[in-house]
Design a protein around this ligand. Structure first.
Ligand code: ZN
Length: 430
């Protein structure tokens, strides 16, 4: 039997015991290894000995992206620099990059659970994995490759771009799996169609990193290439890099590696845990990361926990896809709403386009109202507007628990932007 990279826990209790051990170790290690963490924990009045249950995680202070910037060039470093064998940096938007350090054990752990991602995607050692993601200071390329080699499949480290070589390798080397961004996948799918290569390639699966892909985009990629399956692989540089989970073949959620980190889903306003199934901010605490451990690191990414077990039978818990950033949250009648949720609801309603705006107003009576301005589909008739808006009101009510008004506008009536479109217009005072 081939080696498995799945954890050997038989019950949730065993997993929790493992988590508690890792949490205690992490707090102790960070407190004693890093002056930053020592000062932070002292300030919060928590000592390593105060962590005696998983619930005690809530005594711990948060770590933020600002802490990473302030600690440049080696933030959160909790081991002597001589133990660091590699660094990676994230593609920050402005100013200094976030630089993260790794010990050899950190690299080994990352490689191990990345191999698990391939296992969860149902690969075998016969698979040939064309890796078309970035190499260099970014975390992607090297981890996709190391995980693949550890798993025992054949790695073809092509890197991003270079469509001619990608096509040549797909045909000549018989790649069965390709790892890339969803945009790159769409580009490849169209190129393969244009070059008439579909019958000459053996591609079965694709693994998408680093960006959200829409359902329509995924359908098109799958159809053009005749794929068996596609997977989303999550990851961020602060938390090792890519490969910290995977949606399995059942696609009921993203399994995350709860034996390597604790995931909390918190209300970004109150920092209280949200009820299960409600969206909130992902906050992560690592369990065995040596060089740059994370204690309650605020990712600002929003998702929800999926409480039910997956049909695949895995003991590894699941979170939903990323719904957006917590900075984009609005509060309407005491309900936290994220643009990603509205996106999600609208994309399930037939007859409307992809563009919408959310307008929040406060009436003279002090009551707040929410109006969705939604474009009807290209070529749709104006006569169906009443049914369409009632349908949207109902779906929003069912899914987000708020009552809104809907204004259906003509296709093309809302402004387009090459950059991120502004969706939320909050006209309420105070
Ligand atoms: Zn599953």
């Amino acid at each position: 039997m081939t080696k498995s990279f799945m954890p050997d826990f038989k019950s949730a209790e065993e997993l929790q015991a493992h988590q508690l051990k890792g949490l205690k170790w992490t707090v102790d290690h960070a407190y004693n290894g890093s002056s930053f963490y020592k000062a932070k924990l002292d300030e919060a009045g928590v000592q390593p000995g105060d962590i005696n249950s998983l619930a005690d995680i809530r005594k711990l202070p948060f770590t933020t992206a600002d802490d990473l910037r302030d600690g440049y060039p080696f933030p959160l470093l909790s081991v002597p620099a001589s133990e660091v064998v590699r660094i990676h940096a994230s593609s920050g938007t402005t100013g200094k990059k976030k630089v993260l350090t790794y010990t050899q054990k950190d690299i080994d752990d990352w490689t191990h659970f990345f191999a698990r991602s391939y296992e969860m995607a149902g690969l075998t050692r016969e698979d040939r994995v064309q890796i078309a993601v970035g190499y260099g200071v970014w975390t992607a390329g090297v981890s996709f490759q190391a995980g693949c080699e550890k798993f025992g499949a054949m790695a073809l480290p092509v890197g991003p771009g270079n469509v001619d070589m990608q096509c040549q390798f797909l045909v000549d080397l018989g790649s069965t799996v390709m790892c890339c961004t969803a945009s790159m996948a769409l580009l490849m799918a169209e190129e393969i169609e244009r070059r008439n290569l579909r019958d000459k390639i053996a591609l079965k699966k694709m693994i998408f990193g680093s960006e959200r892909s829409s359902a329509a985009m995924r359908r098109r990629i799958k159809d053009l290439l005749g794929l068996e399956d596609m997977f989303d692989i999550p990851g961020m540089t602060e938390l090792y890099g890519p490969g910290t989970g995977l949606d399995c073949a059942c696609h009921e959620g993203i399994h995350y590696w709860a034996d390597y980190y604790i995931l909390e889903i918190l209300d970004p306003e109150t920092f209280e845990p949200v009820p299960e199934g409600q969206p909130g901010e992902m906050v992560v605490t690592t369990l065995c990361k040596e060089a740059a451990p994370l204690i309650r690191y605020r990712t600002h990414d929003l998702t929800r926990m999926i409480g039910r077990p997956c049909s695949c039978g895995s003991i590894l818990p699941m979170h939903d896809r990323i719904l957006g950033r917590s900075d984009d949250m609005i509060i309407f009648k005491a309900v936290n709403i994220y643009p990603g949720q509205i996106d999600e609801v609208l994309s399930s309603v037939p007859g409307i386009g992809s563009e919408y705006q959310v307008q929040l107003d406060r009436g003279t009576d002090g009551k707040d109202t929410m109006t969705l301005r939604v474009e009807r589909e290209h070529d749709a008739l104006a006569s169906g507007a009443e049914d369409l808006s009632q349908g949207i009101v109902r779906e929003i009510k069912n899914n987000i628990m708020v009552t809104c008004m809907v204004d259906i506008v003509d296709y093309g009536a809302l402004p387009r932007s090459e950059r991120k479109s502004k969706r939320i217009y909050d006209n309420r005072m105070g």
